[in-house]
Design a protein around this ligand. Structure first.
Ligand SMILES: [Zn+2]
Length: 393
């Protein structure tokens, strides 16, 4: 019996449908249909009945194939689940402000604080206790100048917070975001040239020095975020000749000029636009949100320059970039769920429009599905705690 005959829809409770099947002459099938139907309660009057005939269906489609079979119970769903989230996947960004006495809540990022250099210790220990394995530290500097020299000072904020974090939880991987926007008085990601744009080649000389300072302070991974051409190779070369050849580079490989960074810039104090003589955006170095192919090309150059991990930033609006990179490279991939993404979920939850936990987990799962191995998220500790309570996936 190659062509199994089954009724198409609710009209099959009509005896006329059964009569039609009987005309086909297969008694087993007729019995099966009849048993499944039971006795019709009432005659269904449908003006289109004549068009609703039993159909012969191929074996690779309904009703032979029913996708709902594997969704029937939680144990079945768990067995066929293609991706999962664990605390091992999560990296928590942490803000550290110098010269303050108490941690400061960041209004645009509910639940996130600027830590003092003292409260950083507890924050790092709490993150480690949740099961998260890695943090990325960002400085909020009170010692800014035109080139961000404090970040190249072995006693500067960058070095101090890395050292404090490492000592607080030596088992954690401390990732140093290396860039200058948190340390320059104009807010750009490197020294400016005469016409007000960032000087690429001076920046990569400096960023190599900054990376070396970070390694000497105890950083386990260096993550250059400035989107300067050649920054990965400049750092790799410098670390290789200074005894840090074993420190991996997580390249911000595809970082877009995105509006979703807004709350971060409040948090890190690096918003542009305060100085009328310099550009008020980062579009001359960060990627154009319209460009997918260019983003892939840029990211793959970082592979050639010696990157060990590639990052896509932001996350949810750039899943296509993540998925394409997953196909094009075997390097581990990171994705940064940025401050705006986090804030949207937090504020939507506060307004009663979304459940924070469910929305966050679904969003992180989308990153895993698109190909991410690791996720930077401000919700990292929350998510680890959700998972510790046995929440689904
Ligand atoms: Zn920057």
């Amino acid at each position: 019996m190659n062509n199994l005959l089954l009724p198409k829809n609710g009209i099959t409770r009509n005896n006329k449908g059964l009569n039609k099947a009987m005309d086909m002459g297969d008694s087993d099938i007729i019995k099966q249909i009849k048993d499944s139907m039971g006795e019709p309660a009432t005659e269904v009057q449908n003006p289109h009945f004549d068009q609703m005939k039993l159909k012969s269906l191929s074996s690779d489609a309904f009703p032979h194939v029913r996708m709902r079979r594997l969704r029937k119970t939680e144990s079945l769903r768990a067995m066929v689940r293609e991706n999962s989230i664990s605390a091992n996947d999560l990296i928590v960004p942490v803000f550290v402000e110098e010269n303050i006495d108490e941690r400061v809540a960041i209004a645009s990022m509910p639940g996130v604080f600027r830590e003092t250099e003292k409260t950083l210790v507890k924050r790092i220990k709490d993150i480690a206790a949740s099961g998260v394995k890695s943090v990325m530290v960002f400085g909020v500097s009170h010692n800014k100048d035109s080139i961000g020299s404090d970040s190249m000072n072995p006693n500067g904020l960058l070095a101090r917070m890395i050292s404090t974090a490492k000592n607080a939880a030596p088992e954690l991987s401390i990732i140093a975001d290396v860039c200058f926007c948190e340390y320059t008085d104009h807010g750009h990601c490197g020294p400016l040239c005469q016409h007000g744009d960032v000087d690429n080649d001076r920046t990569i000389e400096n960023i190599a020095m900054q990376a070396l300072v970070a390694c000497e302070a105890g950083a386990d991974i260096i993550a250059p975020s400035g989107m300067m051409d050649g920054q990965v190779s400049a750092i790799r070369h410098t670390l290789d000749v200074t005894g840090f050849s074993d420190v991996p580079i997580m390249a911000y490989a595809a970082k877009f000029a995105s509006c979703f960074y807004g709350p971060f810039r409040d948090a890190a104090g690096c918003a542009l636009g305060k100085n009328a003589t310099v550009r008020s955006d980062r579009k001359s170095y960060q990627l154009d949100p319209a460009n997918g192919r260019q983003a892939i090309r840029d990211a793959l150059l970082d592979v050639q320059e010696g990157a060990d991990i590639l990052m896509v930033k932001p996350g949810l609006a750039y899943l296509d970039i993540l998925q394409t990179l997953r196909v094009k490279t075997d390097l581990p991939l990171a994705v940064y769920q940025v401050s705006g993404e986090y804030a949207m979920m937090r504020f939507a939850a506060q307004a009663g429009a979304l459940n924070y936990q469910d929305a966050m987990l679904e969003s992180l799962m989308a990153f895993k599905r698109a190909g991410a191995d690791m996720i930077l998220t401000y919700a990292g500790e929350d998510v680890a705690n959700f998972l510790n309570k046995g929440q689904p996936f």
